[in-house]
Ligand binder design. Structure first.
Ligand code: G3I
Length: 308
């Protein structure tokens, strides 16, 4: 990309072999790939010390064959802890299990994953640390620990903290800003902040550019990590036009902030999007429709990129 911003998509490796057209678009339209689910802890380590690398490896190999960067997602996510991790275990055991997981995964992909979502969705809506097993048992220092372990395992990878609801100037964004500032002051290797950006067609984040800039002023990179724009069904041409305008606005914001290093959509086709399963009455959130035909949002992004 002329701007240096990586344009990526989340992807599910299962479709690479099952759906050649999906693979073709993923390989040709994007410069980076994020594993939508394959690198989550629960999927990688279904039983203690038994790793299932196939899905993640397949996606990595695909990315390398297509000269794409790989964005790792995610080392510690609020929903991704394997079921065998027992909340009743003593803190020391939980800490060891978490450290081993982070070290094993980051070491395996050392040099092949350019950035990791190290801690995902750690914050509550009020900007404080979410009440999780890790906070309860290990205390707030668990966030710094996970970053330090990841850095030790691959000093070359860029380490991100990633969350949703922080794209505009929200209380949660204020809390995240304060947290990243404190972590950096304490010398914790936080290199970037990921703004998921699961947006809705009729709701714009407040001052996205200003918000990205105030994070960048802390000395970190920023990234749009999971963009999609869901539409209330049925979709109409008017709604898809507003969707396109919002996609464009987010890309423009990223391009306007020098520290914005990547722009990733959370899947590129409506055929495979997580939205209908999680947001009743909503869908059509992606750049391509379910038949893989480009939508106005796709045209808007291409138009914006051609202006560079
Ligand atoms: O693969 C199994 C399938 O074998 C099984 O039959 C089926 C039955 O439920 O489940 C399938 O797994 C589902 C998986 O997606 C793959 O499609 C899981 O149930 C489902 O929970 C999982 O949802 C994912 C969700 O995270 C939870 O991990 C979504 O695909 C994924 O898009 C979503 O991604 C998250 C990011 O990680 C963090 N930010 C928010 C984002 C959207 O929720």
């Amino acid at each position: 990309m002329p701007s240096g911003v990586r344009i990526g998509s989340a992807a599910d490796g299962r479709w690479l072999s099952l759906d050649p057209e999906y693979a073709e678009l993923l390989g040709s339209e994007f410069g980076a790939v994020t594993a939508e689910n394959a690198m989550k802890w629960g999927n990688l380590e279904p039983s203690p010390d038994v790793y299932a690398w196939t899905g993640a490896d397949q996606l990595l190999t695909f990315a390398e064959q297509h000269d794409q960067a790989v964005y790792g997602h995610t080392l510690l996510g609020q929903n991704d802890v394997p079921k065998w991790v027992d909340p009743a275990w003593p803190a020391a055991r939980l800490r060891t299990v978490l450290r081993d997981h982070v070290t094993t995964v980051v070491s395996r992909y050392r040099g092949r994953v350019w950035a990791w979502d190290v801690v995902n969705e750690a914050l509550d809506e009020d900007g404080s640390l979410r009440d999780t097993l890790w906070l309860r048992k290990l205390g707030p220092g668990y966030v710094a620990d996970v970053f330090r372990w990841a850095h030790a395992a691959d000093p070359g990878a860029r380490l991100f903290i990633n969350d949703y609801g922080v794209e505009g100037r929200t209380r949660k964004a204020d809390g995240l800003l304060a947290m990243v500032r404190d972590l950096r002051r304490a010398g914790v290797p936080v290199d970037g902040v990921g703004f998921q950006s699961h947006l809705q067609w009729d709701d714009r984040p407040r001052d996205l550019v200003g918000n990205l800039r105030r994070f960048a002023q802390l000395g970190v990179s920023v990234a749009i990590t999971e963009l999609d724009v869901r539409v209330e069904l049925p979709e109409t041409p008017a709604k898809l036009d507003r969707q396109a305008a919002l996609y464009r606005q987010v890309l423009k914001a990223c391009l306007a902030v020098t520290e914005c290093v990547s722009f990733t959509v959370w899947g590129f086709t409506d055929a495979r999007s997580w939205i209908p399963g999680y947001h009743e009455g909503y869908g059509a959130a992606c750049l391509f429709d379910a038949a893989l035909v480009p939508k106005p949002a796709y045209a808007a992004l291409i138009d914006e990129l051609r202006r560079l």
